[in-house]
Design a binder for this molecule. Structure first.
Ligand code: ASP
Ligand code: MG
Length: 413
C-alpha cells in the first residue's frame, strides 16, 4: 500500500463525464489498496469565466474579492468528485484549502504556501477515506482566503505530497507528458521519459505551460518524485526527479518558447555608477517585471539600456518611465513589440562548450535575427521576432536532434 497524491487539471474534470472518468481512476487506485489524496482544479475554463465576470463588473476588482470569487471554481469540482466516489460506494470527503490546513502568506492573487497543518487530512485518511482537496487555495494568517497564482493547483498537490510524505505525486493533465517542445507547434516534438528538476524548472519558467514552476521548485526542495501523465490515455508519462538520465549525445533536452515579448530601450541615460540601480529600482517599485537586460555605452557620458517585458505591461512601463524622466535623466524611450523568446535547455550544457554558438549559427543561417540573449548554466534564451518563433524552434529541434529516440542510461547522482 502506498500513499499517493493525484492531481487532475481543469480539462480532466471539465464535464460530468470526465469527473466520472476521474472517479473510475481513483476507484482503481483505491481497489489496489492505496491511500489517496486527490487535488483538483476548477472545471474546464471556469476560472477564466469567473475572471471575465469580474471584469464585466469593474476594470479594477479588489484582489481580496478576486480570491473569494476564484476559489469557488475548485469547490465545485471537489464536491462533485466526492459525490461521484460516494455513489460508487467509496468513502470520500472533500476539503477546501483552508479545511485541509493550507496556510499561505498574507498576499492575494499569488500567495506562497507557508505551512500545511495536515491533521485533518491524516484523520480522514486514517478513517479509510479518499480525501479530495481543492487546489490553488489557502488561508492567510489573518484568516483571509488566498490563491496561489494561476495554475497553482499543481503546487497544492506537490506541497501536500511533501507534507504527507506521499510516495508519489501524479499530475494528470490533457497532455501525455513533458515534450522536447510544444507538440501543438512542432510536429516532431518527442515525449521525454524523464527530466531533471532543474531542467523542468527552466522549461516551466521559460514558457512550457505543462507545470506550475513553483510546483517544480517544491518537488525539488522536498524530493518529491513527480509524474506528469494523461488523465485520458493509459500511456507512460514523464518522470521528473533528481536522477540524471544521460541521453547519449544529448546536450539540449528541450526547447521552450513564448510570445508577447516587448523590448524597451531607454536612451541617453547618464553613464554613472548608479544608473542601472536607479532605473530598475524605479521599475520594481512599480512592480514592473523585467526579464533580459542589455546595456550599451553610447559615448563617454551616455548609455542606452534595453530590457524585455511582457507585452501586457508595456503601457504601465511607459507611464512609469515617463513619470521618472527628470529623475533618471534619459533622453528618449523606444520599444519594439511582437517579439518572442526561444530557449534551449539542458543540464548537459554545463560541460559542453559551444552550445550557444551552435544556436546562433542555426538562427543566422535561417535569417533569424537575434535581438537579445541571456544565458544560465543550463539554458540559452534568445529574443527574436514573433514571426520567426516557430521556425526558430523547428530548426533548433532539428539541429540538436531532439526528435530522435535515444538510448537512455540512468545514473543516480
Ligand atoms: N483553476 C486555477 C486556474 O485556472 C488553478 C489551476 O487550475 O491550477 O488557474
Ligand atoms: Mg495547469
Amino acid at each position: 500500500m502506498a500513499r499517493i497524491v493525484q492531481k487532475y487539471g481543469g480539462t480532466s474534470v471539465g464535464s460530468v463525464e470526465r469527473i466520472q472518468h476521474v472517479a473510475t481512476r481513483v476507484e482503481k487506485a483505491v481497489l489496489e489498496g492505496h491511500e489517496l489524496v486527490v487535488v483538483v482544479s476548477a472545471m474546464g475554463k471556469s476560472t477564466d469565466e469567473l475572471v471575465s465576470l469580474a471584469n464585466q463588473i469593474t476594470d479594477n476588482p479588489s484582489k481580496r474579492e478576486m480570491d473569494m470569487l476564484l476559489t469557488t471554481g475548485e469547490q465545485v469540482t471537489i464536491s462533485l468528485l466526492s459525490m461521484a466516489l460516494q455513489a460508487r460506494g467509496i468513502e470520500a470527503i472533500s476539503l477546501t484549502g483552508w479545511q485541509a490546513g493550507m496556510k499561505t502568506e498574507a498576499s492575494h492573487g499569488n500567495a506562497r504556501i507557508e505551512a500545511i497543518d495536515n491533521g485533518r487530512i491524516e484523520k480522514e485518511l486514517a478513517q479509510g477515506k479518499v480525501v479530495i482537496v481543492a487546489g490553488f487555495q489557502g488561508l492567510s494568517p489573518d484568516g483571509e482566503i488566498t490563491t496561489l497564482g494561476r495554475g497553482g493547483s499543481d503546487t497544492t498537490a506537490v506541497a501536500l505530497a511533501a507534507s504527507l510524505k506521499a510516495s508519489r505525486c501524479d499530475i494528470y493533465t490533457d497532455v501525455t507528458g513533458v515534450f522536447t517542445t510544444d507538440p501543438r507547434f512542432v510536429k516532431k516534438a518527442r515525449k521525454l521519459h524523464s527530466i531533471s528538476y532543474d531542467e523542468m524548472l527552466e522549461m516551466a519558467n521559460l514558457g512550457a505551460g505543462v507545470l506550475h514552476p513553483r510546483a517544480v521548485e517544491f518537488a525539488k526542495n522536498y524530493d518529491v518524485p513527480l509524474m506528469v501523465a494523461s488523465s485520458m490515455e493509459e500511456v507512460e508519462g514523464t518522470l521528473i526527479e533528481e536522477e540524471v538520465t544521460m541521453e547519449k549525445n544529448l546536450i539540449v533536452r528541450g526547447i521552450a518558447f513564448e510570445n508577447d515579448v516587448t523590448k524597451v530601450t531607454v536612451k541617453g541615460l547618464p553613464n554613472r555608477l548608479n544608473t542601472l540601480s536607479s532605473l530598475f529600482t524605479t521599475l520594481s517599485n512599480h512592480h514592473v517585471n523585467v526579464d533580459i537586460i542589455i546595456q550599451n555605452q553610447v559615448d563617454e557620458e551616455h548609455v542606452n539600456i534595453s530590457f524585455s517585458i511582457t507585452q501586457s505591461t508595456l503601457k504601465e512601463t511607459l507611464n512609469v518611465l515617463q513619470a521618472a524622466q527628470d529623475e533618471l535623466q534619459f533622453s528618449d524611450v523606444t520599444f519594439e513589440e511582437e517579439l518572442a523568446k526561444v530557449s534551449i535547455i539542458g543540464s548537459g550544457m554545463v560541460s559542453n562548450p559551444g552550445v550557444a554558438a551552435k544556436m546562433f549559427d542555426v538562427l543566422a543561417s535561417n535569417d533569424i535575427f537575434v535581438k537579445m540573449v541571456s544565458t544560465s548554466e543550463i539554458k540559452v534564451s534568445v529574443v527574436v521576432q514573433e514571426i520567426d518563433m516557430v521556425l526558430a524552434v523547428e530548426m533548433l529541434h532539428e539541429e540538436f536532434q531532439l526528435a530522435e529516440e535515444v538510448e537512455e542510461l540512468s545514473v543516480t547522482v
